[in-house]
Design a binder for this molecule. Sequence first.
Ligand code: PHE
Length: 461
Amino acid sequence: MTASTENRGQFGSKLGFILSAAGSAVGLGNIWKFPGKAYSCGGGAFLVIYILMVIFIGTTVMLGEFVLGRKTQKNAIGAIRELNSKFAWVGGLGVLTGFIILCYYCQVGGWTIKYIIGYITESSTIYADPMSYFLNNLLGADRFPVQGAIIFPLIFLFLTAFIISRGVAEGIEKMSKILMPLLFILLIGLMIRSCTLPGADAGVKYMLHFDPSTIDANAFLVALGQAFFSLSLGMGVMITYASYLSKDDNLITNTGIICFLDTCVALFAGFMIIPAVFATGIDPGIGGGFAFATLAGVFMSIPGGTIFGILFYFLLFFAAVTSSTSILEGTVAFLVEEKGMERKKTVVMVSIVLFIIGVIYTLSQAHMSIKGIWISREGITYPIFGDFMEYLTDRLLLPLGALATTVFAGWIWGTDNAIKEATTDGKYKFALAPLWAFLLKIVAPIAIIIIIFAGMFLGMS
Ligand code: PHE
């Protein structure tokens, strides 16, 4: 989708918009990130906090982004500038966030391609030792990971850049009509299989058991950042998407549907992966490994499981592409429209820089000696560069971007205007309008500020 103001199309159907916005939201965040966070932040208790974050803050911010976009019919930066030019930096913040996210997103997106090929050509090698396969091929525990850090991320990045520079995003959106529902169904099937594996009940219990002692300030910040990441909020992507909507579209129901679908996918992924960790004992200890190494244990246990493996990584790859294109579009649109740069050149330049940073991300996940980015904790040496990028985006930049959106929509533009736009001048009923206004103006900004501070200072022991 182009963000330029001339030649602006509109979504031909309601479903088209839901699919595109859901395509941006559903991605690696749900399947690669979420289960690892749920696992390390206390299982059931984390799920409860996460769902509350989505219901009270995620939906609030999403509707806030939608009203800004549809009102102005402009991309994120243009929308904010039109309503109040002093806040244009908010758009810049979103672009920076998107750029950092893309650096590692393309790396992990590349891993999905490696796994499609891996399941086609050497599934028995994967099954023989899923952990070693993951560590050696992708992270390069025993050698330089040419495939995991360079070849496959390059292919993924190339595809993302190609789609953006050719403006063929529409074709991709058409494909989502079939592929996204297919992913949804496959996840449900795999979740059922995983939960019924021998030994999986301990994992199911872990995910359903509410143990308040596992909740701390850190868990709140993790849940908040994860909700923003997963719902594609805090960097203006949803502002841009909504700018293509017409006045006839009901923003309120769209918000509900997208948040609901995205959260279902995250929960399915959580209940697909964590029980499998308990059942198979394949615990990579790092979030990234769950969606790759652990799942081998599930595919192995299904007759014809390799076919499901190929299909799963293909769909995960597709979900990742519909997200990565939405992020790259934001960065490129900013440089083209605000800095007057040429579109194709910009795509190439941005891609090169983010690829180089991305390589360091993957290298720093394993045991490659990159000096200066290691820390020692309790005698073990950890790489911090890769973690640092995720920390920066999830714990700080996305919450700050969402905070700016709520303050902007609730205070600068005003809740009256926002409600008018949300209901299309009263055309659509919105019984919860006063509650939303209160959440947008008061609760969400205060909660985000408190959670950032508490999570940063109290949560880091
Ligand atoms: N929501 C996407 C995912 O879960 C990632 C994303 C973040 C996309 C921010 C756009 C903006 O994978």
